[in-house]
Structures are given as structure tokens and as C-alpha cells.
Design a protein around this ligand. Structure first.
Ligand code: ADP
Ligand code: MG
Length: 628
């Protein structure tokens, strides 16, 4: 038996390891299983190139909980270590790695983002164990060794009688970490970190039901047998070639990733690149609602099939974090903070590669099956619109396939829309005015009025659409968006031919005074307009600019500061050519005039959805009186 001292300057490194990493103790299991996997894959490689003359077979990794003995075992059938290798890789290399880590992050260690994703490796075992043993037999013809260390820099090393090739790590779980002796907890960790690791991982056994033998009676129980409980899928879909996968395979992998998701994904994007960086993965477009609140099922980041995190912020462009799926890359530095990550060259390339792939996929869907693309538009538009707003490169590509639906269910691309509308909706200043509604029901009467003039009305109802319109107006030339209730139509799309007013200036003045006597609400600005005699007499409009600024501020940035809390401002457009207006003017009694005005105003408010509560009740009462 040999004893020795691990060569470190810090007297007792283990309390430090514990302290630094306390938030993420659970990763020790991932680290040890990664080592077991590496050892197995290395052996596979050596045997394939003829350097290890061994029967590789079908090695597995086994995890065993010994609750009574307070031990956790991680057993592999990999290449093992000789005494020399233990000294070199465990005593020297692994430990200097731990020391180096602590040195580097002594001050920064508490900064969020560092803790967790690092390569402390083997020594992370000491976060949960106060004694660790390694019993290992190399594939080389050398005696097995037994290393043990109780948490101080002292270790012992002796010969062992282990016969089978491979390594067993035994953790003597510390008093404060007994949670890791619970099967449920280990099982949870295996599912989280190891679900797709490349070597089968056994955790206990399970009972499998076999088919009944021939001639068995109805009431006979089906025979069962105990089989290894393999917790992982060593060949997840993203590691395969796209050509070898069918649509159904992608869907079933989605269910494997998110067992609690019952909605099918809309489509997937297989990522596969090995130069200038290495990245594989599958992204899914889920059905998204307008509710952008934090979602639970997020994109998962792996490194060589080992789960790292489901916080991919900084790696995937923000607008794509709404997607789901897997990204696997050994080229993403994990032991650095997020802000550093965003400045990293490789990460930037990865991010723009992903953006490009997503844009290309959307483009090919649009080109190859427009009908289906249109049918899915409502579910994917938020991602696309958000992307157009936040990534210039994406905007350029998406401009070809982003759709603009009309209230009648037609879909235009931007160019198609421009072509179709330009004839009828270009105003006298040569500006194309695109009319839209945000709510088909609430703005019904305005939509109808626009259609009556032969105008198209788009349906723009995503939460960030006002930002996108703003962007389109500044990127494209001679273009403006106007909601159908922003003004009366002849003002929204000004043409040369002005209507002649039936009223004289004197009459208009008198009418205005009449109206102002009755309409005392300061929220309304009265505006006289000579319109078609069959257009509504009173129309309430909400100026586009103010409304949009308010909306933009409510959905984050972009709008003018302080606009979010401004009260609503309305214009009351009075159609001076309407018969009813003439009647108001000619009415002799003030009482009747007042009734005509307030009833008309209420009708206009009703049509804009502004009549509510007590006012609505009064309006209804008054109307009943009138029909009597
Ligand atoms: P890393 O895995 O990053 O090299 P670790 O601290 O996790 O660092 O492991 C240190 C070294 O110890 C490994 O590189 C490997 O040589 C050796 N080692 C650890 N676990 C095993 C194992 N189960 N089988 C064989 N060698 C191992
Ligand atoms: Mg390791």
C-alpha cells in the first residue's frame, strides 16, 4: 500500500470546491458519467484501430445506490487506468485542473453563469462525498488498483483484485448530501443530464411483460421478466443524418424531449455543420400563442450528448429562443459568463448560422407548400415578426416570405401586397397607404366602410406588429400603415377629388357650437368633414400616430417616452353631407337637438366599442323610449 500527498498549494481544496459550487452540486453525477462514457468510447476507438486487443462487446455504464451503506457506485467497462495513470490523471492532472479552476474564479466565482458549466470533472465528486474510491483495471495487462481519498489532500493507493476491465467509482455520500442516496433523485438527474448520452446507462432493473405462450388461457397472467433499466437513448435523432429520418422520427423525438407536451410541433429544422465549427441539433417550431410568457419547454444545449443547460440565451438569437429542440456543440465555451459568451467569435458564428438555417427552412416551406405555410402562419408569425425586428439579416430573408393576411383570409407577401394595392390605395402624394384592422369584430363597421370603397384591409393582430409596421415604414419607401379607425377614409387615403360640402361656413360654425354645447367630454376633438352622404354621420377615430406610439411603448421600447400612460384621444368626425346633420342644424328646439346629438354620438361610440356600463344602459333605455 502506498500513501501520498496530492500536490496542491491549498491545504484543503475540498471545502473550497463545495463552497464555490454549492448551487450546482448535482452536476457531479454528470461529470462522473461523462468520464465513464469517455473511457468507454476511448476503448472503442483503440480497439477499432487495433491498439487495444480486447473484445469491445456491448459495454454499459451502471449506477447503483446503496442506501444502507451510504454509497453511490458508478461502474464502467471502459479502458480503465493503471497505477501510473491514476497518479498522472487523478493525482496530478485532475487535481491541478481543480486548483486552476479555483484560482481563475476565486473572485468571479459568484458571478452567475460561471457556476455550473465548467470542467472540474472528477473532483466534483467531493461536492457530495467525504470519501471517494476508485477501483480500476486497465485494458492493459497490469494489476488493478484501488485509490481512495477522504477529502484531505492525502490519498492511498493499493493493489486490487478487480478482474473485469473498467472503472468503479464509489462515493461515500456526505451527511449533508443524502438526497443523492434517494433513487428518485438519482433517477431525476439521470433523466436531466444523461438522457441522450452515447453509452447505455443502467439504473436498476425493470419488469417487462412478455407475450403469452401459445395456448395460454385468458385468465393466465402474462409472463414477465426482469431486464436492465436503461435510462438513456444512446442514438438520439439529432446525431443521425437527416436523410435517415422520416417526419415521424422527428415527431417522436420531440415527444421524447418533451414528454409533457401534447401538441405536435409545426415543423423542424435539422442543424448539421462541421466547419468552421461543429454543431448538430434539431429545432422545432411549436404552436405559439400570443402569450409570450416564459415557457417551460425550452431549447436544450448539449455538449457531445451531455446535457448542459436549457438556458441558451446568448447562443441562439433571442427571437429563436421561442423555439424548442436541441443544439449540440463542443465548440461553445461553457465555463464563462453570458456576457463574455456574446462576444465570443465562435458563438457569434453559431448564432448567425442558426438564424440563416431557420430563414432558409421557412423560405423553402413557403416556396414548396405555400398553402400549408399560410395555414401555419398564425402560429409562427410571432417568431418571424420578432426576428425581422431584431435581426437585420433575418429581415432581409424574411421579407420574401413574411405574410400579410387580409381580414378576408387572403395572404400576401409584401411585394404581392404592394402590387395589388398600389392602383387603388396610393394617395395623391404617391404614398401607398396600407389599411389594417387589429380586431375584426371590434372594428367591423370601419372595415366595411373601407371595403365599400374597394380597399383591402389587412388583419394585423400580433402583439409586436406596431413595431414591425414602424420598421417597414422606415425601410421601404413611400409607405404608411393606417388602422381603419385612425381617421375617416378620405383622410387616410387622400385623393385629388375633394367632396363639396353641403354646408356653408356659417352653418358649419353654428353646427360646431351646437355640438360643443352637448359634447362636453374633453376626450373628443370635433372635426367637420364633407363626405359621401351615405357615409356615417358621426365617426369616432383614433389617430394612428398616438395610438401606435402607445402600443409600442406597452410592448417594450420603440415608442415615445411617456406615451404609454397617456389617456386615449379620439376625433369625432362629423359628416357635414349627411342628412341627419342637416336635421340637427334645422331643429328649432334645443331639447330635440340635444337628443339627436347625444343619440348619434352614442351610436358612433357603440360602433367603436366605447359605450359601456351606465352609459350603455342609459343609451338602451333612451332607445326604447324612442321606438315606442
Ligand atoms: P477530464 O474528463 O476533463 O479529462 P476529469 O477530472 O473528469 O477531467 O478526469 C481526469 C482524468 O481521469 C480523465 O482525463 C481520465 O484520464 C481519468 N479518468 C477519470 N475517470 C475515468 C474513468 N472512469 N475511466 C478511465 N479514466 C478515467
Ligand atoms: Mg471529465
Amino acid at each position: 500500500m502506498a500513501t501520498g500527498k496530492i500536490n496542491v498549494s491549498v491545504d484543503n481544496i475540498f471545502p473550497l470546491i463545495k463552497k464555490f459550487l454549492y448551487s450546482d452540486h448535482e452536476i457531479f453525477l454528470r461529470e462522473l458519467i461523462s468520464n465513464a462514457t469517455d473511457a468507454t468510447l476511448k476503448l472503442k476507438h483503440l480497439s477499432s484501430i487495433g491498439e487495444a486487443k480486447v473484445e469491445y462487446g456491448n459495454p454499459i455504464i451502471e449506477i447503483k445506490v446503496d442506501k444502507e451503506g451510504k454509497k453511490l457506485h458508478i461502474i464502467d467497462q471502459g479502458l480503465g487506468m493503471t497505477e501510473e495513470e491514476i497518479k498522472k490523471y487523478i493525482n496530478e492532472v485532475a487535481f491541478s485542473g481543480a486548483e486552476e479552476f479555483l484560482d481563475k474564479y476565486k473572485d468571479a466565482g459568484k458571478e452567475a453563469g460561471i457556476i455550473g458549466h465548467f470542467g472540474l470533472g472528477f473532483y466534483s465528486a467531493f461536492m457530495v462525498a467525504d470519501k471517494v474510491e476508485i477501483i480500476t483495471k486497465s485494458f492493459k495487462d497490469e494489476p488493478a488498483v484501488h485509490w481512495s481519498c477522504d477529502g484531505s489532500p492525502e490519498f492511498s493507493l493499493k493493489e486490487s483484485d478487480k478482474k473485469e476491465r473498467g472503472t468503479e467509482i464509489i462515493l461515500h455520500i456526505a451527511e449533508d448530501s443524502t438526497e443523492f442516496l434517494e433513487e428518485g433523485r438519482i433517477s431525476e438527474l439521470l433523466k436531466k443530464y444523461n438522457k441522450f448520452m452515447p453509452i447505455p446507462i443502467k439504473f436498476g432493473t425493470k419488469t417487462e411483460t412478455l407475450p403469452k405462450p401459445e395456448g395460454a388461457k385468458e385468465e393466465d397472467p402474462a409472463p414477465t421478466k426482469k431486464v436492465d433499466n436503461i435510462i438513456n437513448n444512446p442514438n438520439p435523432a439529432w446525431t443521425k443524418q437527416p436523410a435517415d429520418l422520416k417526419d415521424e422520427d422527428y415527431k417522436s423525438f420531440y415527444r421524447e424531449l418533451y414528454p409533457m407536451q401534447f401538441e405536435e410541433p409545426l415543423f423542424h429544422i435539422h442543424l448539421n455543420v462541421d466547419y468552421p465549427f461543429n454543431l448538430t441539433g434539431i429545432l422545432y417550431f411549436p404552436k405559439l400563442t400570443n402569450d409570450l410568457s416564459v415557457q417551460k419547454d425550452r431549447i436544450q444545449l448539449y455538449q457531445n450528448q451531455v446535457f448542459v443547460t436549457d438556458n441558451v440565451e446568448g447562443i441562439v438569437p433571442e427571437f429563436l429562443t421561442m423555439l424548442r429542440g436541441v443544439i449540440d456543440s463542443p465548440d461553445i465555451p461553457l465555463n464563462v459568463s453570458r456576457s463574455y459568451l456574446q462576444a465570443d467569435g465562435a458563438v457569434k458564428k453559431i448564432s448567425s448560422y442558426i438564424t440563416r438555417k431557420v430563414a432558409d427552412k421557412l423560405n423553402s416551406l413557403f416556396k414548396n407548400n405555400r398553402e400549408e405555410f399560410e395555414a401555419k402562419w398564425n402560429d409562427i408569425k410571432i417568431v418571424i415578426e420578432y426576428g425581422m425586428l431584431s435581426e437585420e439579416k433575418f429581415f432581409e430573408k424574411a421579407d420574401k416570405f413574411a405574410l400579410y393576411p387580409t381580414v378576408d383570409g387572403k395572404f400576401y407577401t409584401f411585394d404581392e401586397m404592394k402590387e395589388t394595392l398600389k392602383e387603388n390605395q396610393t394617395d395623391k402624394d404617391d404614398k401607398l397607404v396600407i389599411l389594417y384592422a387589429s380586431d375584426k369584430e371590434a372594428q367591423h363597421s370601419y372595415i366595411e366602410a373601407a371595403k365599400a370603397k374597394g380597399y383591402e384591409v389587412l388583419l394585423m393582430d400580433s402583439p409586436i406588429i406596431s413595431h414591425l409596421m414602424q420598421k417597414l415604414e422606415t425601410t421601404k419607401e413611400n409607405l404608411s400603415f393606417a388602422r381603419v379607425d385612425a381617421d375617416h377614409l378620405d383622410n387616410l387615403i387622400k385623393k385629388e377629388d375633394t367632396q363639396i360640402s353641403k354646408l356653408s361656413d356659417e352653418e358649419k360654425e353654428r353646427l360646431k357650437t351646437n355640438l360643443e354645447e352637448v359634447i362636453t367630454d374633453k376626450g373628443y376633438t370635433i372635426q367637420m368633414e364633407a363626405m359621401d352622404s351615405d357615409a356615417s354621420p358621426f365617426i369616432i377615430t383614433e389617430p394612428e400616430f398616438m395610438r401606435r406610439m402607445k402600443e409600442m411603448q406597452q410592448t417594450g421600447g420603440g415608442g415615445m417616452f411617456g406615451m404609454g400612460n397617456m389617456p386615449e384621444m379620439y376625433n369625432l368626425i362629423v359628416n357635414t353631407n349627411h342628412e341627419l346633420i342637416g336635421e340637427i342644424l334645422n331643429t328649432k328646439t334645443a331639447k330635440k337637438r340635444e337628443r339627436l346629438i347625444s343619440q348619434s354620438l352614442d351610436l358612433a361610440r357603440l360602433s367603436k366599442g366605447l359605450l359601456k356600463g351606465e352609459e350603455l344602459t342609459n343609451f338602451i333605455k333612451r332607445s326604447y323610449e324612442m321606438v315606442k
